[in-house]
Design a protein around this ligand. Structure first.
Ligand code: NAD
Length: 302
């Protein structure tokens, strides 16, 4: 029986913060159960090799969330000016072999001189809790078990925990085809445990509105504020807004606020369910990363 979504007073709102808290509690319980049986806590290592403020803040969020659920996490910080490809490869080789490490994350982006694909391929697939290794991408595409990137996994979890949204047989439209969100999500929706009929749209799609208007489940993962207007939403659709965009806002101290790709107020009027930004997909991402790390520890122990 799926757990109903906690959505405060608004029955249309899919509350990512509340759902993420539930997922984190479940992970914490499972971790406590394992340590109670004498297992060591799941171990996570994060490699941070860029000077990006957003990445640093995201990594701090991961560390804090991991600690709260009992996952032992450490961040390995490299000077973005000095770090070499060899240094990262040898670090990954060491982490791949380390008995107390279950999950490895390489925070992107990496400095331009470093071959990102080479680094992603150097993470052992059974420790690749980001699900970016080609082996895990291939497993996802062929319907085999493996690690799934946290954002699309979080979106599926949100849909599953909103029991009024029927995924089976639904017409799902995913706007965006990135390896991080759009493509893996399309594959998840297609799998036999979801059974949606999936259309993927992108920057060269013609007549986007005509396609989105047919969607029972509409997901936008583009990164363009205002892309999805109210008239692009079918009445009764479930709308998942993955986009995170800054728009100028003089009323805020920092001078901007965060919005999604969807015109929230207009879409909300037509939708049966909708995710807010912030407080929608974002919080689910870290929760799913913790869930993936727990899964890695369970699989390695068995
Ligand atoms: P990306 O730039 O890699 O991909 C964007 C995609 O949008 C591309 O496939 C492109 O073809 C498509 N696109 C661009 N313009 C379009 C248009 N006019 N019409 C239709 N499609 C168009 O981005 P990404 O990494 O997939 O991220 C997308 C958005 O989601 C960003 O705003 C990002 O910040 C956000 N994001 C949020 C989370 C989260 O946890 N909430 C996680 C990852 C990404």
């Amino acid at each position: 029986m799926p757990v109903p979504a906690a959505n405060g007073d608004d029955p249309k709102l899919i509350d990512g913060r509340a759902l993420a808290a539930t997922v984190r509690e479940e992970v914490a319980e499972a971790v406590a159960g394992r340590t109670g049986q004498g297992h060591r806590p799941p171990g996570l290592r994060v490699i941070l090799a860029n000077g990006n403020a957003a990445s640093a803040s995201y990594v701090r969020g991961k560390e804090k969330a991991a600690a709260e659920v009992g996952i032992e996490s450490q961040t390995l910080r490299f000077d973005p000016e000095e770090v070499t490809e060899d240094e990262l490869l040898s670090t990954l080789a060491r982490l791949n072999d380390a008995a107390d490490v279950d999950g490895i994350l390489v925070q992107l982006p990496l400095p331009d001189r470093i071959d990102k694909q080479k680094i992603i391929r150097a993470v052992a697939p059974d420790k690749d809790v980001d699900g970016f290794h080609p082996e895990n991408a291939g497993r996802l595409m062929t319907g085999a078990a493996g690690f799934v990137p946290a954002t699309p996994a979080g979106i599926m979890e949100m849909l599953r925990r909103t029991p009024e949204v029927e995924i089976e047989g639904a017409r799902a439209v995913v706007v965006g085809r990135s390896n991080l969100v759009g493509r893996p999500l399309a594959n998840l929706l297609l799998r036999r445990d979801a059974n949606a009929t999936v259309t993927v749209c992108h920057s060269r799609t013609r007549e986007l509105a005509a396609i989105t208007r047919r969607a029972d489940i509409l997901v936008s993962a583009v990164g363009r504020a205002g892309l999805i207007t109210g008239d692009m939403v079918k009445a009764g659709a479930c709308v998942i807004d993955v986009g995170i965009n800054r728009v100028e806002d003089d009323t805020r101290e920092r001078g901007y606020r965060l919005v999604g790709d969807v015109n929230f107020e207009a879409a909300r009027k037509r939708a049966s369910h909708i995710t807010p930004v912030p407080g929608g997909v974002g919080p689910m991402t870290i929760a799913m990363l913790l869930k993936n790390t727990l899964k890695a520890a369970e699989q390695r122990a068995s």
